[in-house]
Design a protein around this ligand. Structure first.
Ligand code: CP
Ligand code: NVA
Length: 322
């Protein structure tokens, strides 16, 4: 059994389908008495700011019957006051789950290596797997998680783009990353996604060519957390890599607009498009909660088929009408 959710890499397509099945059950039935985390605690350690990830994990853990304890890094000093190994071993003595957002991806890998409890990656400089699984689930709900869906990621080949590549290695998609030269996603992840032969994966340097016929236009900030000193340079490099009405006009007429948020209106996306009728950003936001509950349930060994076959579902009061 896979202990941690640090990247999508160790998860098979079946594992991902299973997480989606748990997510679907949790989202659609809202089982009030389903408390696999009852009596358990989760440590949330965050080196970087967060609204969605922090809140959706805290709410999700509460809904699953657990208690979360949030520690920002100024209270721990990961890698300065304490080594990742010591933090992992110490937190494992008190908690049943660790959720970590760090700068270095190696820090989360180390936490997973030395923790005796599951570790979930809540974003690193390299990957944001919770986000991409929630985004994939959003597309699944809309009948768009398929190799015919042209998903065009416009902007920086950052942690979010890298996680799209990891997904493309598992689930058939048509993924186009449109970025300025020098801002491509991780070369190794790109090679792996292409080599896997599951998805069609391309890198483009002209956003208007990339966006043509897109079914999904996706973007993220030009300046990620930790890159603030590069702000000016990046704003210049990414000029032209903006999702705006004119770029949207070149896409499929029913093209969806996605953004992991936080958004910088007027930079990577214009306000009218972000807030417009083709935007599904709030669906993405909502699904962070459900998918992360699915991930936690999966890591605890829960399986949808088991729940449904044993008719355990009927033991759980359903939110609607309760
Ligand atoms: N999308 C996302 O991860 O948002 P936060 O940084 O607010 O958690
Ligand atoms: N690429 C962004 C994602 C924020 C959710 C960052 O790392 O800051």
């Amino acid at each position: 059994m896979i202990k941690d959710f640090v990247s999508l890499s160790p998860f098979s397509p079946d594992d991902i389908q299973e997480i989606f099945a748990l997510t679907h059950w949790l989202k659609e039935t809202r089982p009030l008495n389903y408390k696999p985390l009852a009596g358990k605690t989760a440590a949330l350690i965050f080196e970087k700011p967060s609204l969605r990830t922090h809140m959706s994990f805290e709410v999700g853990i509460l809904q699953l019957g657990g208690q979360s304890i949030f520690l920002s890094d100024d209270r721990i000093g990961l890698a300065s006051r304490e080594s990742a190994r010591d933090v992992a071993e110490v937190l494992s003595q008190y908690n049943d789950l660790i959720i970590a957002r760090t700068y270095s991806h190696e820090t989360v890998e180390k936490l997973a290596q030395f923790a005796s409890v599951p570790v979930i990656n809540a974003l690193t400089d390299r990957l944001h797997p919770c986000q991409i699984l929630a985004d994939a689930y959003t597309l699944l709900e809309k009948g768009l998680l398929s190799r015919d869906t042209r998903i065009v990621f416009v902007g920086d080949g950052n942690n979010v783009a890298n996680s799209w590549l990891e997904l493309a290695e598992k689930i058939p998609l048509h993924l186009v990353v449109a970025c300025p030269r020098g801002y491509e996603p991780d070369a190794n992840l790109l090679r792996r996604a292409k080599m896997a032969g599951i998805s069609k994966v391309e890198v483009q340097h002209d956003p208007t060519i990339a966006a043509r016929g897109a079914n999904v236009l996706y973007t993220d900030v030009w300046v990620s957390m930790g890159q603030e000193e590069e702000k000016l340079k990046r704003q210049q490099a990414f000029a032209g890599f903006q999702i705006n009405q004119s770029l949207l006009n070149t896409a499929d007429p029913e093209c969806l607009v996605m953004h992991c948020l936080p958004a910088h209106r007027g930079e990577e996306i214009t306000a009218d498009v972000l807030e417009g009728p083709q935007s599904v950003v709030l669906d993405e936001v909502e699904n962070r909660l459900h998918v992360q509950k699915g991930i936690i349930a999966y890591l605890l060994g829960e399986r949808a088929e088991h729940i449904l076959t044993l008719d355990r579902a009927s033991q759980y009061a359903i939110a609607e009408g309760v």
